[in-house]
Ligand binder design. Sequence first.
Ligand code: C5P
Length: 325
Amino acid sequence: MSQAMTHDPRRVTVRAPAKINLHLEVGAPREDGFHPLATVYQAVGLYDDVTVSTWHEWSVQVRYEGLLADPDVSGASADPGRVVPLDAENVAVRAGRALVDHHGVDLAAAITIHKSIPVAGGMAGGSADAAATLVALDRLWELETSDEDLLAIAATLGSDVPFALLGGTAGGTGRGEVVEPLPDTGSWWWVVVGSDTGLSTPLVYRTFDELNDLADLDEPSLPPDLLMSLAEGSLIALPAQLQNDLQEAALSLRPDLVETFDDGYEAGALECLLSGSGPTVLLLCSDADHAREVTAAMHAAGHPRTVAVPAPVSGVHVVSYDGGP
Ligand code: C5P
């Protein structure tokens, strides 16, 4: 890398949304250990912002904001399961390395993540950071990676990373990495109830295996009725069409979440659903006003990490490009 590149003052900031799964159907584990999925992803208005600039080595720092902005989460006493690793294990660094490997270039970057998506919350926050980093570095270094290649690199980084690139509403198959946009004319509102501690996704999948008779599991498929409701933007049947096969396993690991579900129904939610592998809980609302009321009721019920979000929202997008002096 040239000295000029090391002192390149340009910075690019890219925003990436959290995801929820309106339908998460899980099959018996494949030979590679992953579970075949049929899922309906929706991107929701809760974001991480990733800023990159060229640097002589890979580095990453994380600032906790929004729902996560308190010393219990980011301070020394924080639960290690809720703090993002800052070494080469960080998925944003892995994303950066994968991109330079793909192009055969010798570049590195300083990455700053402004984190609002719950860590280990079942909302694919790490995947959002990876997707944002790919797009930010592609723009910073003018690599002009094709969408097809970006999706392929994303799939190597994690099952949910391709969807973070896409955003909106999409079907996910394979292990979740094969994504296809779905028609969605609704303006949906969700209340996201964050948890004080995270939940390990592999542990939830292992518990799913223990709780289910794997030989009896059907091959997962996308549900036509839910797809119809989304295409029509119709809330009428939606509550009954939400499904998360990981919910039972997550609740068995975190029985306290049953109370969060009860509080959600008490607060007037149309339906309560676990987000991905949890422990974040989602409350379906009829509109923005309803979402505000439900949020206030959840705060009053002792759930301070609660926020109302719209869906669907766009996938990763550049929010600022600072060209330097
Ligand atoms: O791909 P991703 O990094 O999101 O996966 C995290 C972990 O979740 C995997 O290592 C695996 O244990 C589990 N997983 C799975 N089946 C999937 C997706 C994830 O078993 N379809």
